[in-house]
Design a protein around this ligand. Structure first.
Ligand SMILES: N[C@@H](Cc1ccccc1)C(=O)O
Length: 517
């Protein structure tokens, strides 16, 4: 029985017992020195031994009392109430038994607050009374011997001693000591802990039995393995209950995770992925989308314009002239167009793309229907930042073009896409210069009790399709991604997606795909 206990003792436990065998009155620091181990190891080994009922740890805490800075000041210059009493005594000796407050304050060198606080004490001791707003000294006040007051003596005592433990305070000061407890900031009290280890019966038996202290092998060396000396080493047992540090494995950022899932969904639905650039000419970003050159979205306060490079080149062929025709008079579509003079220079401006829809028309300029294309990318708008707006965010853009493509098909595609992500959305009529019919998808946010816009879509207008030579219907959509990520991960503020505060990220599960969460 005892042997089993001894076998299970850790090195530091043995060392502690060994120390106690030499002298049972040692402090943790003394044992640490004697047994060559850290003090912390002594206290934690003591805890282990106590839990095994081998020793008892007797913890005593001692309060060490000393004067605070304020206390020291009072020890040297007197407590405020005593300084006031002294001032009143002096005034009385000069023949003045009633003195105005301000005069007393000045002579006693106390603050107004100290004065207010002291008046109560002076009256309680019957040293002074208030008389028409003046302080009047009493006979008791006149005869009081300040230097023999217990408060004065105790302060002086503490000042001379510098520090004293609670138990060693002399009898005569016990009452003032308690009184000082009620006065804030006079005393500093530091509590120190003392440990005393007492061997229990099992502890004594262990020492009678005796044990050897072998240093334990922690890391095996090449040599020990080669020579076979590892066979004779003493190994420390594993403590499977020991707490281990928390592990935070790397994981894909929720926004990236959402993007990858969206990609998977469109690829599953048979879409081809296209990629574009962040810098885009106004021609592709706006003009090709039949967005008039005086359209509000093109203003500086909505769009980031790039000054270097200052101009984009426009595509060759007749695309530019056809676009001019759409804007000026609607081309051959039967539309009137916007009825203004289209300016090539404005189309040459370079912007940080405000949407990914420019990419869709670029794609249509190179590919003929039937086709299904999607693209994920960053877009930029001069937005005021708040819980659902950022000046930079991601969109998933897409077009579906084909003979039988209809507006109903578009609704079906959108519905299916959101369903696959786990969302139910509603559609609201909307307006975009380049689509008709146009809709906006919205999702309900219970926390905000309101609907949040997720993105626009619609059927490209003839004015968009004619210059491209596209003869079929084209359904198009451009959907925000950050807001979807917000909803999926229960984030109330879109900014969290871009903050380096990783607290909330750590709590997320380490799954690549949480499609059916
Ligand atoms: N480009 C629009 C969305 C959209 C795309 C395609 C068609 C219609 C609307 C936006 O940024 O909000």
């Amino acid at each position: 029985m005892i042997e089993k206990i001894i076998n299970e003792l850790h090195l530091y436990e043995k060392k502690l017992l060994d120390g106690l065998a030499k002298n049972s009155n040692l402090t943790p620091e003394e044992i640490a020195k004697l047994e060559q181990m850290p003090v912390k190891a002594v206290t934690s080994a003591a805890g282990m031994l106590e839990s095994k009922n081998i020793i008892t740890v007797d913890k005593t805490s001692t309060d060490n009392i000393s004067l605070s800075e304020e206390g020291k000041d009072y020890a040297l210059n007197g407590l405020p109430e005593h300084r006031i009493l002294k001032a009143l005594q002096d005034f009385s000796n000069e023949g003045k038994d009633e003195v105005g407050m301000d005069e007393v304050i000045e002579r006693a060198k106390v603050s107004k607050a100290q004065m207010n606080f002291s008046i109560g004490i002076l009256m309680r001791h019957h040293w002074a009374k208030m008389n028409n707003g003046k302080l009047a000294i009493t006979d008791e006040g006149k005869n009081a011997d300040i230097s023999s007051l217990p408060q004065v003596k105790f302060l002086k005592f503490l000042h001379d001693k510098k520090q004293i433990t609670e138990e060693n305070i002399p009898e005569e000061f016990i009452k003032v000591r308690a009184e000082f407890n009620k006065r804030k900031d006079l005393l500093n009290i530091k509590t120190s802990q003392d440990f005393h280890f007492i061997l229990n019966d099992i502890g004594k038996k262990i020492l009678d039995e005796g044990f050897s202290i072998q240093n334990e092998a922690t890391q095996l060396t090449h040599d020990q393995l080669k020579t076979g000396s590892w066979k004779n080493l003493h190994y420390r047992g594993y403590d499977i209950n020991a707490s281990a540090p928390k592990n935070y494995p790397g994981k894909i950022h929720p926004l990236q995770q959402t993007i990858e899932e969206i990609r998977d969904i469109f690829i599953d639905m048979g879409f081809d992925e296209a990629k574009g650039t962040i810098l885009e000419s106004a021609f592709w970003n706006f003009d090709m989308l039949f967005q008039p050159q005086d359209h509000a979205a093109r203003e500086m306060q909505d769009t980031f314009y790039v000054s270097n490079p200052s101009q984009a080149s426009l595509p060759g062929g007749d695309l530019v002239e056809k676009t001019r025709a759409e804007h000026e008079h609607g081309g051959n579509t039967g539309s009137e167009g916007w009825n203004y003079k289209w300016n090539e220079d404005i189309a040459k401006q370079i912007v940080l793309r405000t949407h990914t829809t420019g990419l869709s028309v670029r794609y249509l300029s190179k590919h003929q229907p039937p086709l299904k294309m999607f693209s994920v990318g960053r877009v930029f708008r001069r937005e005021t930042i708040n819980y659902k707006h950022l000046p930079e965010f991601h969109q998933v853009e897409g077009i579906v073009a084909g003979e039988d493509m209809s507006f109903k098909n578009l609704l079906g595609i959108l519905k299916e896409f959101y369903r696959k992500l786990g969302f139910k959305v509603r559609f609201r009529p909307a307006y975009f210069p380049y689509t008709y019919l146009s809709i906006e998808s919205e999702i309900y946010v219970p926390e905000k009790k309101s609907w949040m816009e997720l993105g626009g879509s619609g059927m490209f207008r003839p004015e968009v399709l004619e210059p491209l030579g596209i003869k079929t219907q084209v359904a198009a959509f451009g959907l925000g991604i950050e807001r979807l990520a917000m909803m999926r991960y229960g984030i109330e503020d879109i900014r969290m997606l871009y903050q380096s505060d990783i607290g909330w990220l750590r709590k997320l599960p380490v799954t690549r795909n949480i499609k059916n969460f």
